[in-house]
Design a protein around this ligand. Structure first.
Ligand code: GLC
Ligand code: CA
Length: 573
């Protein structure tokens, strides 16, 4: 179907001769359709009790700053009880707060403050696996093979005469085999259990109704406490293909471009959709405002659209957009494909550039040649990004993103223009990917470094006490929030203005038509309502059309041509 045939001429601004309309403004209800949701990584946000690790009370204390920034909601990465082998994505009790972060009363206080500020709160839920310290896994290990306790997880006998070989060839995402052999209660080497991630993260068996029941209980526990929904961790992995067949593609299930192979037996199984339909119906018991967002690394976009049909999830992260970098041909294709595929099922797109699993976009864009591989981090001996260049382009890319119709996710610290910290010594690194690959993969610690709040305070105001769990680079006191607040030309103030304009102009509910006059192999231009957004990633300055400049991503003069690595929002006259 041609995109042009989707829309009629009345949606088109007559000021431009060459428009390619893609998406109409939405009138559908739902706060999340256009929301800007800010990801908080609790251990690195703000340490109020000075033990070196961020906490819930620290989040509550700084929530007014986020309201002031202009976001609509926050998403909290896991704060549940956990041995913290994968920074909290290894949960040992889904219905309690880890003492590292506080207590349940601190969570309730956080919700109360968010309500006062009219911010919604979304929590992470981790249903694919738990911690090996979870009571259910401890019980499974203590029980015999084929018992109901073992059936909560994926236990199998090993291959070979002595069962010494793993049951299949699957590999863990963090390196090494996806299976670990246990010692049985009688001290004999025994069965193997599946873990798509670290060996401390056993996968649940979603063919067992008891697992479904347990997670329904968890959903209700947090919904009852006032949260607005869930970000569902590795949502595409819960159900494995019957028989757990060997996988002939890349052993971690990904295809060569980093996305899961279409037929990988550990991903994207049809039965997943029934699980999320059931979850959706539970959320709807609480009214129309509670949402589910899938972390589903599913490609291509029409396939991802199946995750957000009217009775399934509300949103899914748009990882193809994140991975497109600044390649404008790819970006154009992905933006078009996202809007068209998602329009077909009545869902909005989401947009995202950074999170706690990838190199921050201010660092990814700081290379002239190919940058780091996503998820692998930048170490001290790798080629280093150019900070100025990276931050300039990051501002341009974010302005391109926040002009698009749909919802958007921001990752804590990107509003300060933070780069990755690339100088963390190996001895302090905590991402299991680093240890499991003997350091061959640097891992994700660089994007998880604590935030600088107040330049003149100890640890740049992250916490007054013990050293933060990962060191803040010294230069980050210059990027501290208080310094940026005082500087009208700062990255932080650009974010604040972008969010304010986006809300005033209702860009999240708007339309999109490519303006061919401004689209080339090094630039993209689109109209959202009467706002023209142009991004230039080429080396030549671009002349601008007549109009009122609302915002530009660098401190350049409003009437200068659009420089390299710059984006502009203007109202055409
Ligand atoms: C998701 C999380 C990541 C975690 C993994 C295992 O991808 O975003 O941080 O390591 O799941 O739970
Ligand atoms: Ca703390």
């Amino acid at each position: 179907m041609s995109v042009d045939s989707l829309l009629t001429a009345e949606a088109v601004d007559p000021a431009f001769a060459t428009l390619t309309p893609v998406h109409r403004a939405s009138t559908a209800h739902g706060w999340w359709r256009s929301a800007v949701i800010y990801q908080i990584y609790p251990r690195s946000f703000r340490d109020l009790n000075g033990d070196g690790i961020g906490d819930l009370a620290g989040i509550t204390a700084e929530l007014p700053q986020l309201a002031e920034l202009g976001v609509d909601a926050v998403w909290l990465s896991p704060f549940y009880r956990s041995p913290q082998r994968d920074a909290g994505y290894d949960v040992s009790d889904y219905c309690d707060v880890d003492p590292l972060f506080g207590r349940l009363v601190d969570f309730d206080a956080l919700i109360a403050e968010a309500n006062r500020l009219q911010l919604r709160v979304i929590a992470d839920i981790v249903p694919n696996h738990c911690s090996d310290q979870h009571v259910a896994f401890q019980a499974a290990k203590a029980a015999p093979a084929n018992s109901p306790e073992r059936d909560m997880f994926i236990f199998r006998d090993g291959l070979g005469p002595e069962g010494t070989e793993p049951p299949n060839n699957w590999q863990s995402h963090f390196g090494g085999p996806a299976w670990t052999r246990i010692t049985e209660p009688d001290r004999q080497p025994g069965q193997w259990y599946l873990h798509l991630f670290d060996s401390s993260q056993p996968d649940f068996n979603w063919h067992n109704p008891a697992v479904h029941a347990e997670f329904e209980r968890v959903l209700r526990f947090w919904l009852d406490r006032g949260i607005s929904g869930f970000r569902v961790d590795v949502a595409h992995a819960l159900v494995k293909a019957p028989g757990l067949p060997d996988w002939g593609g890349r052993p971690d299930g990904n295809s060569t471009d980093g996305f899961p192979g279409q037929d990988a037996p550990m991903f994207g199984q049809p039965a997943l959709h029934d699980i999320y339909r059931r979850w959706r119906s539970i959320l709807e018991e609480y009214g129309p405002d509670r949402i589910l967002c899938a972390e589903a690394n599913v490609d291509p976009l029409p396939r991802l659209a199946q995750w957000v049909r009217h009775d399934e999830m509300h949103q899914a992260f748009n990882f193809p957009f994140l991975h497109a970098g600044l390649d404008v041909d790819r970006l154009r294709h992905i933006v078009t494909d996202s809007l068209v595929s998602l329009d077909a099922v009545g869902a909005p797109s989401t947009w995202v550039l950074s999170n706690h699993d990838v190199v921050r976009h201010a660092s990814r864009f700081g290379y002239d040649g190919p940058g780091p591989r996503d998820g692998d981090g930048i170490g001290p001996s790798d080629p280093q990004p150019n900070e100025q260049l990276g931050r300039r382009r990051a501002a341009a890319a974010t302005m391109f993103m926040l002009g698009l119709p749909g919802g958007a996710y921001l990752y804590q610290g990107e509003e300060l223009g933070l780069p990755d910290s690339t100088s963390i010594p190996g001895s302090l690194r905590q991402d299991p990917a680093f240890a499991r690959t003997g350091g061959a993969r640097i891992g994700r610690d660089g994007c998880r470094v604590p935030l600088p709040w107040r330049s003149s305070e100890m640890h740049a105001g992250f916490g007054a006490g013990r050293d933060p769990w990962l060191p803040l680079p010294e230069s980050w006191s210059n990027l501290a929030r208080d310094k940026q607040q005082a500087d009208p030309a700062s990255h932080l103030n650009l974010y604040r203005e972008m969010l304010a304009q986006r809300s005033t102009l209702q860009l999240g509910r708007g339309s999109l038509a490519w303006v061919e006059d401004y689209c080339s192999h090094t630039s993209l231009g689109y109209l959202n309502g009467s706002t023209l957004v142009v991004m230039n990633v080429g080396t030549e300055p671009m002349p601008l059309p007549e109009g009122e400049v609302l915002l530009r991503s660098s401190a350049a003069d409003r009437n200068d041509p659009l420089g390299s690595g710059e984006t502009i929002w203007l109202i055409t006259s």
